[in-house]
Design a protein around this ligand. Structure first.
Ligand code: ZN
Ligand code: ZN
Length: 360
């Protein structure tokens, strides 16, 4: 990401601060800190002021911060907050915004107790996340590369799949392939579930063997240069029966209908509705127990959410997943997930992997 990219992100946030008459805004969520400053360390706070920004971190990150960050860096010993407070006091700031959905209760109490009486605390949850929803071309390029890497890792791992393999071994193989292809690692804990356990939407890989005649659900994402990808594919070890094929066909139809509904200007809930409508026609809507998708970028789950009551209007440049699924206890779970980018007249599906049920 170019230095000017961080600068223009900060300028956009400063414009919003000015509109809300904030003198300062404390950004504490690490993905937001990274988005605004480039800092990737684990201990950092960005204090946004009207005309500049300061990154606070500790001495472990001194050298790293000086190479990553293009705004002022203040390296301090001990807890960061007292040093942030000192700046607020010196500036006689009257209104300080803070991320009320990200700050710990302890940090909030500390701010309340130590801020001068004339400084008001303004909750501004989600401001940076809202800004992050619309990706720049450069960010979309990062996500696309993460998606491509993830799909390549999937293909390589699948060629090594054997029926006597354990779920955990396949998960390890997928993670290994991601790293070999240049990923920093998985963007979330890789999900591999087989047989009836596919009906657990977020199953963790177990020591169960894949065996014959079993569905296998793989949900994986890579983290490449900080950007996430997310894909779910179904495999079948053996020969799938009629019910598996029928259910798979219904989920695929729902997924394609949802992709078809994505376009700038429509609400997130209308995309969700498109998937549900198809599943209802197959009497499977009650087995679809989660939302149709979510935004992704620096984090694997970020706004917007594409669920039943999500009124957010989709805009060009949003990167989202489309992932309807059905979960039938004692039988199987089936989910198909792609990463797509919203465009003015539709969307671009980034995931290159075939959506045929893979029979091994
Ligand atoms: Zn996923
Ligand atoms: Zn997902």
């Amino acid at each position: 990401m170019s230095a000017s990219a961080f600068e223009s992100r900060r300028l956009a946030l400063q414009r919003r601060m000015a509109g809300a008459k904030l003198d300062a805004l404390l950004v504490s969520h690490s993905a937001n800190v990274r988005y605004l400053s480039g800092f990737t360390g684990s201990n950092g706070l960005v204090l946004m002021l009207v005309d500049r920004a300061i990154l606070f971190t500790d001495p472990r990150y001194k050298i790293q911060a000086s190479s990553e960050v293009d705004c002022r860096v203040q390296v301090v010993r001990g807890p960061l907050l007292p040093h942030v407070l000192a700046v607020i006091k010196r500036l006689r700031a009257r209104r300080l915004g803070f991320e009320n959905n990200r700050v710990s209760f302890e940090a909030y109490q500390f701010l309340k107790e130590h801020l001068p009486l004339k400084t008001a605390l303004d909750p501004v949850a989600g401001w940076v996340e809202e800004q992050r929803m619309i990706k720049s071309d450069d960010e979309i390029d990062h996500i696309r590369r993460s998606v491509d890497l993830n799909s390549a890792a999937f293909e390589r791992a699948v060629t090594r799949l054997r029926p006597d393999m354990r779920e955990s071994e396949l998960a390890a193989e997928l993670d290994y392939r991601m790293r070999r292809l240049g990923a920093e690692g998985p963007a979330f804990e890789t999900i591999v579930a087989s047989g009836p356990r596919t009906a657990w939407p977020h199953a963790r890989p177990s020591s169960d063997k894949l065996r014959g005649n079993a569905l296998v659900l793989v949900d994986m994402g890579a983290n490449l240069d900080g950007y996430a990808s997310d894909m779910t594919r179904m495999l079948f070890v053996g020969r799938p029966g009629a019910r598996v094929k029928r259910t798979y066909g219904a989920v695929l139809e729902a997924q394609l209908a949802a992709i078809d509904a994505v376009r700038a200007g429509v609400t997130a809930e209308s995309v969700d509705r498109a998937a549900r409508r198809v599943l209802r026609s197959h009497k499977l809507d009650r087995a679809f127990v989660h939302s149709t998708g979510h935004g992704l970028g620096l984090e694997i789950h970020e706004p917007p959410r594409l669920g039943k009551k999500d009124k957010v209007t989709l805009q060009a440049g949003m990167a989202i997943t489309v992932e309807p699924g059905v979960y039938l206890e004692g039988f199987a779970g089936i989910r198909i997930e792609d990463t797509v980018v919203v465009t003015s007249n539709g969307c671009r599906v980034l995931t290159p992997t075939s959506k045929d049920l893979r029979v091994i």
